[in-house]
Design a protein around this ligand. Structure first.
Ligand code: NDP
Length: 330
């Protein structure tokens, strides 16, 4: 069983005299930086000169270039998009990554696939929130925590776990309702990509297929879209699953609905579906997905843009646009 860490397992003292450099003031960077500062930490921001830089200044932070921030920081939180991190790391951070520093990631991707290779002598830790950046800040302001996956790839100082847990505490994970679960860079990458490649991606295609079949049957696009997702019921069910459990949330539905879910719903999940999931795992483990995505980026994202164009040309988007305008969402 994985170890679960809570507030009593972490001590912020280890970060007290350190300069914490948050590289990237975006979704995660802004929230983590604000929470760390509110917890009394000495935080500086490293960013490219853009609107995020201006936002960090208006939030009252000292903001510098990425290289300068890496040079001045003892603990570096690398919170820029995974696609750009290897180059930024190589060009601007590695020259200043001297022994004794701590390098923290919010995603296992670049370490797992060897796209970033930190030098020996540096602690390499993972604090990966299971929460969008906005949630990290909003929950903190409500005195509520959130789950993070923590791991250690390199423990040069012998204190890497203490650093990982202190960062978790500093960003607010251990407030009531939150915790840190022992994991690793590899495991975080596996579960993160697997979710995207299995249920999360499949759900979007499934809802679109349901729309096609309902409209084929003569149901109006408006009724189909509202029924399938626009009403917000889907979000409520997701919330109830997190709150009460995968099956226990069904008790909130009518008996007819409960029976329908448990019987007719099951037929879509066959051994073939599970074999597709196993295949997705293999593609993640042997690096096939990472290689394909890396190549796509090198070529200037041709498939990525083509896929977006194809998805947005589906009639569901046109109908959704009309409906959302009436509902005041556009
Ligand atoms: P963002 O997309 O919000 O980007 C963060 C910052 O990086 C922005 O300030 C952005 O500037 C800057 N940036 C973009 N391109 C470059 C570049 N070429 N060089 C330097 N800086 C650049 O990142 P996220 O916060 O979404 O992700 C950060 C990390 O957190 C990733 O490892 C991600 O996997 C992880 N993570 C993200 C979650 C989320 O909720 N988004 C959830 C859990 C983990 P600009 O605004 O100008 O683009």
């Amino acid at each position: 069983m994985a170890r679960i860490f809570t507030d009593k397992d972490a001590d912020l003292d280890i970060l007290k005299d350190k300069v914490i450099g948050v590289i990237g003031y975006g979704n995660q960077g802004r929230s983590q930086a604000l929470n760390l500062r509110d917890n009394g930490m000495n935080v500086i921001i490293g960013n490219i000169k853009d609107s995020a830089w201006d936002l960090a200044v208006s939030d009252g932070f000292t903001v510098k270039g990425i290289g300068e921030t890496a040079k001045e920081s003892d603990v570096i939180l690398l919170l820029i998009p995974d696609e750009v991190a290897p180059k930024v790391m190589e060009d601007e951070i590695l020259p200043y990554l001297s022994s004794g520093k701590v390098l923290d990631f919010a995603s296992g991707y670049n370490i797992t696939y060897g796209f970033i290779k930190p030098p020996e002598g540096v602690d390499v830790v993972l604090v990966a929130p299971r929460m969008i950046g906005k949630g990290v800040r909003d929950l903190f302001l409500q005195n509520r925590g959130f789950p993070v996956l923590v791991g250690v790839e390199q423990d040069a100082s012998g204190k890497a776990w203490d650093y990982a847990l202190a960062i978790s505490k500093g960003i607010g994970a251990f407030l009531p309702g939150g915790c840190a679960v022992e994991s690793s860079f590899y495991e975080e990458t596996l579960v993160d990509l697997f979710s995207e490649h299995s249920w999360a991606g499949a759900m979007l295609y499934l809802l679109q297929a349901c729309y096609e079949v309902l409209v084929e049957e003569g149901v109006s696009p408006e009724v189909a879209i509202l029924e399938l997702y626009a009403s917000g019921e889907l979000g409520e069910i997701g919330h109830a699953i997190a709150q009460f459990g995968l099956w226990d949330q069904l008790r909130l539905h009518s008996h007819t609905s409960q029976y329908g879910h448990m019987t007719w719903g099951k037929r879509y999940i066959t051994e073939e579906t599970k074999n597709l999931m196993r295949e997705a795992i293999e593609e993640i483990k042997d690096g096939r997905f990472a290689r394909e995505w890396g190549l796509e980026q090198l070529m200037g994202l041709p498939s990525f843009h083509r896929l977006w164009k194809m998805r947005l040309s589906h009639p569901i988007c046109r109908e959704e646009d009309k409906l959302y305008k009436i509902l005041g969402r556009r």
